[in-house]
Design a protein around this ligand. Structure first.
Ligand SMILES: *[C@@H]1O[C@H](CO)[C@@H](O)[C@H](O)[C@H]1NC(C)=O
Ligand SMILES: *[C@@H]1O[C@H](CO)[C@@H](O)[C@H](O)[C@H]1NC(C)=O
Ligand SMILES: *[C@@H]1O[C@H](CO)[C@@H](O)[C@H](O)[C@H]1NC(C)=O
Ligand SMILES: *[C@@H]1O[C@H](CO)[C@@H](O)[C@H](O)[C@H]1NC(C)=O
Ligand SMILES: *[C@@H]1O[C@H](CO)[C@@H](O)[C@H](O)[C@H]1NC(C)=O
Ligand SMILES: *[C@@H]1O[C@H](CO)[C@@H](O)[C@H](O)[C@H]1NC(C)=O
Ligand SMILES: *[C@@H]1O[C@H](CO)[C@@H](O)[C@H](O)[C@H]1NC(C)=O
Ligand SMILES: *[C@@H]1O[C@H](CO)[C@@H](O)[C@H](O)[C@H]1NC(C)=O
Length: 707
């Protein structure tokens, strides 16, 4: 009997321990998952890794809300429970405020609270980019007078946080309710070292997870990817080149059979992308949305008179170019220049349906270019003078084309006067601001003018950051989305006039005739601004898409203009191409999609769109996507350290790799106790099993031998 009792006791203990193990599974109730989070992730170039990554299991730390310097001081000097996860307001998130904490090793992760409207922005400005953006890859990279912004510091707030290798995870929190929860129910309740009283466990901790698969640099990670891929049948990537598509569109396109004289193609360009440290942050109002909208509106205005171009004796072609990946060392523009140099421009991305798009267009080389007009940031802030600045390149100015540059500048200024906008010329000894045109000027001489809202440093204090908000340039959220009033606002009228000036200039250069009758449409400008900044599911965007597209994008809550990597659906890229097609294309009189698609040929692409009344409309337009992957990734044996082309890649991460969770944690000594208890139970259970096996014939005595 005694034996049976001890066995009974042991089995009960065992059951209790199993029950205990079951209790651990209630963790799902204890963890609080934060949904509104956007991760900082890792990017790599030929020599460095930048951005963020956690440990594979995630980084854990006690949550500490750092509101002012005394809080950071407390962590550094006292901070009895490291490591910490630092909770910080967006306005306080800058390099100075976090470096000493990270370097102390006491901070294991950072949660940044998104700014709630313009009142919470850092007053001194913030830019994740460098103070001299894209310098090493622009026109002045080895010029002793102009390089490193020796003449003009374009982006003084730029502390290059984007290019820093944070060895810890950083997340942006954008759900105010969840932020309140973390502050009130986690930090204030458990962790606030109120007035020096001693803190007791349990404390509130956060687990930040965003483990990145790639490390070191692009060269290493691509070599590793290729190695694994060649050893196995499945593709394993550790990183992918930052790459996507440029958008191009023509007025008066020339076919292979046509003559294409030298200096007969005018380029009107804008960048298409921006950068932020955090994934899917869609604030990019001034840069680049104002320039995209200005260029699209100019295309619309001149598109109504496109037939005049080939009827004129000048008979030039206009190439609208939206460059992708420019924020990452000019990926799109350097690729277009590379293609032009190799006789491959345009080579258009082939869509399904088997038609090789744009194959019958005349190939364009650098020698065919006649002028380059680029639009830069054109948003205007409260209290800022409403001047448009024309920037030119001082090096070209010292060559034979100086008279052409002067003539172009004079033309734009004259047109500006007629349109009641103040257009000023920046000092001719000043270099060009960071611009796609610089990549063209590296290889050819060309009259280039860049239109911008700034003479010297950017008027946008939040260039390439999560604070480049629409409100700052007069585009507020409108419940219901009716943009009629916005269309009449001073700043939209100004942007419309700038688009008109751009359109008239292009028209005059392309035809040799006056373009005074050409006007951009302020209600289109307002709608575009609103759609890009506030609501990409707006009716205007829907009218240029077909049902399938719209369905496909339904699940995209936020649409952003970050270039991304190949294969990532980037709705705004595709929408922008369609808007351009709508503006420069021809309506074809057919009633269904299939008959529409038959109108694609070597010159134009057919686009089936919903149209404004959703009745369906077919537009045939010479607008296309071209590759915007850096030549570094397509040149055999490219010298990765030559510094000629962008080498940026983005690390791969697993599905569900990104998470932020809040939970209560017991003291480390309690954790050790729990572990010891667990181990004891394990030993006991083993003993039980051993005994059961050993005594099986006694215990199961009553059982029949055969079953
Ligand atoms: C962060 O930096 C700003 C500007 O340098 C400073 O005013 C503020 O006190 C700092 N905040 C913290 C929490 O260190
Ligand atoms: C800059 O680089 C270009 C192209 O490599 C070269 O032709 C030029 O001489 C260099 N200029 C200086 C000042 O080093
Ligand atoms: C890679 O990025 C780092 C950080 O911005 C920079 O210092 C380095 O020069 C870059 N390397 C190349 C090859 O561009
Ligand atoms: C901590 O100090 C502040 C003022 O310094 C006071 O208002 C608050 O009541 C104190 N809290 C506790 C728990 O003592
Ligand atoms: C303009 O060029 C096109 C093709 O190159 C040609 O068909 C057309 O006749 C030209 N227009 C004039 C007015 O010469
Ligand atoms: C030009 O603009 C100014 C300021 O916006 C305005 O006062 C003036 O009436 C305008 N003139 C014309 C001719 O539109
Ligand atoms: C401007 O565009 C809208 C459509 O968005 C159109 O209804 C209106 O008539 C246009 N205005 C002018 C002056 O063309
Ligand atoms: C940007 O993202 C927010 C959600 O974070 C969304 O409400 C908004 O519509 C997005 N803006 C655009 C232009 O898609």
């Amino acid at each position: 009997m005694k034996d049976y009792w001890s066995l009974f006791l042991l089995v009960s203990l065992w059951t209790v321990s199993l029950w205990n193990a079951g209790a651990i599974r209630t963790k799902d109730k204890i963890y609080y998952n934060i949904q509104g989070q956007k991760a900082c992730f890792r990017r790599l170039n030929a020599t460095h890794q930048v951005g963020c990554s956690s440990n594979p299991q995630g980084n854990i730390g006690i949550v500490h809300y750092v509101r002012d310097r005394s809080d950071s001081k407390w962590i550094l000097e006292e901070g009895p429970h490291p490591p910490y996860v630092m909770l910080i307001d967006a306005a306080n998130f800058n390099m100075d405020n976090i470096t000493s904490l990270i370097e102390s090793g006491k901070v294991n992760g950072i949660l940044v609270i998104s700014a709630n409207g313009t009142v919470e922005l850092p007053p001194a400005g913030f830019s994740a980019d460098k103070s001299c953006p894209n310098d090493g890859y622009g026109l002045y990279w080895n010029n002793t007078v102009y390089r490193r912004c020796r003449q003009v510091q374009w982006n003084p707030p730029g502390a290059a946080m984007m290019f820093y290798d944070f060895s810890i995870p950083i997340f942006l929190l954008n759900n105010p309710l969840e932020v309140r929860y973390i502050i009130d129910r986690c930090y204030e309740k458990y962790n606030n070292p109120e007035n020096g009283t001693k803190l007791h466990y349990p404390m509130c901790a956060a687990e930040l997870k965003d483990y990145m698969n790639a490390a070191k640099d692009s060269v290493t990670c691509i070599r590793r990817s290729n190695l694994i891929t060649s050893l196995s049948t499945t593709t394993t990537n550790f990183c992918d080149p930052i790459s996507n598509n440029n958008i191009i569109g023509f007025l008066n396109p020339k076919s292979e059979e046509d003559q294409l004289p030298e200096k007969s193609v005018i380029v009107a360009g804008s960048r298409l992308d921006y950068m932020t440290m955090f994934d899917k942050v869609n604030n990019s109002a001034d840069n680049p949305i104002t320039s995209i909208v200005a260029l699209l509106s100019a295309a619309e205005a001149i598109g109504r008179f496109k037939d005049d171009l080939f009827k004129s004796t000048v008979n030039k072609t206009i190439l609208f170019a939206f460059f992708q990946g420019e924020a990452f060392d000019y990926i799109g523009s350097s690729r277009m220049v590379y293609d032009m140099e190799n006789g491959n421009f345009p080579t258009c991305v082939r869509k399904s349906g088997g038609v090789t798009l744009c194959h019958a267009l005349h190939k364009i080389g650098l020698n065919h270019l006649s002028h380059f007009l680029e639009v830069d940031q054109l948003g205007f802030r409260e209290g800022q003078p409403e001047n448009v600045w024309l920037h030119t390149d001082p090096i070209s100015y010292n060559t034979s084309i100086s008279t052409e540059i002067d003539a172009l500048v004079k033309k734009i200024k004259t047109i500006g006067d007629q349109l009641n906008i103040t257009i000023k010329e920046s000092d001719t000894s000043h270099p060009l601001p960071p611009s796609s045109a610089q990549r063209f000027l590296r290889e050819t001489t060309l009259p280039v003018v860049v239109l911008a809202n700034h003479e010297n440093q950017y008027t946008n204090k939040y260039y390439n950051s999560m604070f480049d908000l629409g409100e700052l340039i007069g585009v507020d959220y409108i419940p219901g989305g009716d943009t009629e009033e916005l269309a009449r606002s001073k700043r939209v009228v100004l942007l419309t006039n700038i688009a008109s000036a751009l359109a008239q200039t292009l028209y005059e250069e392309a035809t040799g005739e006056s373009g005074a009758h050409i006007r951009a449409n302020s209600s289109i400008v307002a709608q575009l601004l609103y759609c890009y900044i506030w609501d990409s599911h707006c009716s205007f965007f829907h009218s240029v898409l077909n049902d399938e597209f719209i369905d496909m994008f339904k699940d995209f809550q936020e649409m952003d203009l970050y270039s991304g990597v190949k294969g990532n659906a980037k709705p705004l890229l595709l929408i922008t191409e369609k808007v351009l097609a709508y503006f420069v294309g021809d309506k074809v009189d057919v009633n269904d999609r299939d008959s529409c698609m038959k109108h694609s040929n070597g010159i134009v692409k057919a686009n089936w769109m919903q149209g404004e009344g959703e009745q369906g409309v077919c537009v045939a337009a010479p607008t296309f996507l071209t590759d915007a992957i850096s030549p570094a990734f397509i040149i055999d044996d490219y010298d990765w350290h030559s510094g000629q082309y962008s080498t940026w890649t983005e690390s791969v991460w697993m599905n569900n790799a990104m998470s932020v969770r809040i939970f209560l944690t017991s003291s480390p000594s309690l954790q050790v106790l729990t572990l010891l208890l667990g181990l004891t139970l394990l030993v006991v259970s083993l003993a039980v099993v051993y005994m059961l096996v050993d005594k099986a014939d006694i215990i199961f005595l009553g059982c029949p031998q055969t079953l």
